[in-house]
Design a protein around this ligand. Structure first.
Ligand code: ADP
Ligand code: ADP
Length: 235
């Protein structure tokens, strides 16, 4: 199958503590892959390997290979990696700046200066994140004035503004109420037509609702990885 990430014999350590053990797998392109398992099993570590988020932690060490579109991410330019692989966290973390500046942040880093072009990118990203209708009259308002669910959709808009290939979501709804969660779940399903999505969730029901594939980690090992509908029909 067509994989965006090809992972081989991955071992990850925090000092003497091994967090991932000999993980080999392929993350399918333009699908939603849910990463599930008990607390401490390595879900977040797995996600953070994919965009090298943890590289600066003292004692952190990675063995094995992770390829993105056939290129080893360990030798890929970090700026290129971050452009290809966007990330959204559990707690919505917009910058304490305007809605516009939040979404324009990535494109500006990547050299977009033209006002009109930035406006188009901001509008397109907010539309893709199902937030445009709610904020179109308030682009100059500070992001901290919006609800948690709106802030999280803003973080998604910020992540997709640079048109990444992959969107990594680390428990993106656990800080949200049920209505906001439902909106984000629907949004994730829409976004999977354009992006490869890897979502860490402790919520098995959520994984069953939205994912195409499920990865089960247990004590640092990838113990099961299959299509979600296969798992639900073969208990
Ligand atoms: P999960 O996301 O499934 O809860 P994690 O990937 O956060 O699991 O953690 C896997 C293991 O690695 C756990 O034993 C955790 O305590 C450990 N760990 C995670 N981050 C660090 C860190 N920065 N330093 C030391 N140990 C860590
Ligand atoms: P979050 O869901 O925001 O990752 P955590 O409490 O799991 O919340 O982790 C907070 C931070 O602490 C993370 O950056 C994680 O890597 C780090 N961490 C997790 N477990 C450990 C650990 N056993 N020792 C040191 N740092 C850890």
């Amino acid at each position: 199958k067509d994989g965006v990430f090809e992972i081989e014999n991955l071992n990850v350590y925090y000092g003497n503590k091994q967090a991932l053990k000999n993980v080999t797998c392929t993350v399918p392109r333009n699908k939603i892959t849910a990463v599930v398992g008990p607390s401490g099993c390595g879900k977040s570590t797995f996600l953070r390997v994919l965009n090298r988020m943890n590289d600066l932690i003292p004692g952190y060490r990675v063995e094995g290979t992770v390829k993105l579109d056939g290129e080893d991410i360990m030798t890929l330019d970090p700026v290129v990696l971050r452009k290809k692989v966007g990330m959204v966290f559990q707690k919505p973390n917009p910058f304490p700046k305007s809605v516009f500046d939040n979404v324009a942040y990535g494109p500006r880093i990547h050299g977009v200066k033209n006002k009109e072009e930035l406006r188009n990118i901001v509008e397109r990203s907010l539309k893709q994140a199902a937030l445009w209708d709610e904020v179109k009259g308030e682009l100059k308002k500070n992001a901290i004035n919006f609800s948690g669910g709106q802030q999280q959709r803003l973080c998604i808009a910020r992540a997709i503004a640079v048109e990444p290939e992959v969107l990594l979501l680390d428990e993106p709804t656990s800080a949200l109420d049920p209505i906001a969660t439902q909106k984000i779940e629907k949004l994730i399903e829409e976004l999977s037509e354009k992006y490869t999505i890897v979502i860490v969730t402790h919520n098995l029901q959520q994984a069953l609702r939205i994912s195409d594939y499920m990865m089960f980690f247990y004590m640092g090992e990838l113990v099961e990885f299959d299509e979600t509908n296969v798992m639900t029909t073969n208990p």
